[in-house]
Design a protein around this ligand. Structure first.
Ligand SMILES: [Zn+2]
Length: 85
């Protein structure tokens, strides 16, 4: 256990590509996964449809980033939407 949350996104084909952002889900206290994963932004992800990541890939969920208790607020990742073009 490396932190207080997991990185989870929907598996390909479960939702549109624009919804396949990486959500932050509070790490369950129990060793088993709960019946549903509720991200900090409120998105509910069934474990069957969840892809767990070791690192953020692609677009992170902005609401999760703002809501989750990240250890350092001074090094938040730069969102691709902030880039020009
Ligand atoms: Zn989210």
């Amino acid at each position: 256990m490396t932190g207080t949350f997991m990185l989870v996104r929907f598996l390909p084909g479960m939702v549109g590509e624009t919804s396949r952002v990486v959500h932050l889900v509070p790490a369950p206290s129990a060793p088993e996964l709960p019946t549903e994963l509720v991200a900090y932004c409120g998105t509910t992800i069934p474990p069957d449809a969840a892809e767990r990541l070791d690192a953020v890939e692609g677009m992170p969920c902005t609401t999760c980033l703002l809501t989750a208790p990240l250890p350092t607020a001074s090094c938040t990742p730069k969102l691709p939407s902030e880039a020009t073009g």
